[in-house]
Ligand binder design. Structure first.
Ligand code: ATR
Length: 274
């Protein structure tokens, strides 16, 4: 049976094995997908050992940049993102790296939430690996502007330079922003500590602005609560993005496209129960 894993540290609460198991059941595929705790100091050694037998892997925090460095072949989008969330052992034994986070996010926003991003003003909070992985996909949707705002402004400026040829991208500090936007995406790790990025509530146009937190949990994230409090049209968490990026990986590995909607609904119910 083909073997797959998700690498992370920590990894105990990962939903990826459950997502892939449900996709496999739904499409009649036989595969073995489990969570694998890689040591912080030796992701590469752990991954190489897995790929002596393994077929494919997803990669989560904090290894997406280590995974990028490990690959023999990179897709153009992974190359540009500088981060890999999906590894595949190819027939010739080489390791291929891709980044499906951006596609996952855009599918969640456009298909699941039904948004059209064309002509929209998008604000992306953060400038770490999570942001690098989604900029290209967001620009492909042809927003009128994509502003990357970060606590350390230099990092946002670097990203704006790297992606400048792909669309209307600009960098900013948090406290320079006041005018309302159409979509705000939180990709900072502030939520992990129960914090909010320090942005003005005037960025939300009540009933219009859609807020999206790449994090998710049993309870609404601080960013989603903040969005609701200030009248956002929608406050969405990142669970849909996780399921959608998994669907992209599953389709690539197995050659069959799973239907993500029932999987998303079933697992959301399980998360809510805790
Ligand atoms: P990831 O791969 O999840 O993006 P990362 O590369 O460590 O993780 O990036 C974390 C991001 O969250 C950064 O943009 C970081 O801001 P800095 O670049 O200024 O460090 C941001 N971040 C973390 N904690 C934050 C907080 N409390 N408020 C605002 N931004 C925060």
């Amino acid at each position: 049976m083909d073997r797959y894993v998700v690498f992370g540290n920590p990894i105990g609460h990962s939903k990826s094995p459950a997502i892939h198991r449900l996709f496999a059941e739904q499409t009649g595929q036989e595969l073995d997908y489990s969570a694998r705790l890689a040591p912080l100091e030796d992701f590469a050694g752990n991954a190489r050992e897995f790929f002596l037998q393994g077929h494919g892997a997803n990669v989560t925090l904090p290894f997406k940049e280590d995974a990028y460095r490990l690959c023999d072949v990179l897709t153009p989008r992974a190359e540009r993102a500088g981060a890999v969330n999906m590894l595949t052992k190819q027939a010739d034994g080489t390791l291929r790296g891709d980044n499906t986070d951006g596609t996952g996010l855009v599918r969640d926003l456009t298909i699941n939430a039904g948004l059209n991003l064309e002509g929209k003003r998008i604000l992306l909070l953060g400038a770490g690996g999570a942001v690098r992985g989604v900029i290209e996909s967001l620009l492909e949707q042809k927003p009128v502007s994509l502003v990357v705002a970060n606590r350390t402004v230099d990092k946002a400026e670097l990203l704006a330079q790297i992606f400048a040829d792909m669309g209307p991208i600009a960098a900013s500090g948090f406290d320079w922003l006041e005018e309302p936007v159409d979509v705000i995406i939180n990709a900072t790790s502030a939520s992990l500590a129960g914090d909010l990025p320090p942005i003005s509530a005037s960025l939300i146009q009540p009933g219009v602005t859609v807020c999206y937190d790449m994090m998710y949990g049993k309870e609404p994230t601080p960013f989603c609560l903040w969005a609701e409090e200030h009248g956002a049209a929608l406050a969405l968490d990142g669970f849909g993005m996780l399921v959608e990026q998994a669907a992209v990986a599953f389709a690539y590995w197995r050659g069959v496209q799973p239907d993500s909607a029932p999987v998303l609904a079933q697992l959301r119910e399980e998360i809510a129960k805790g």
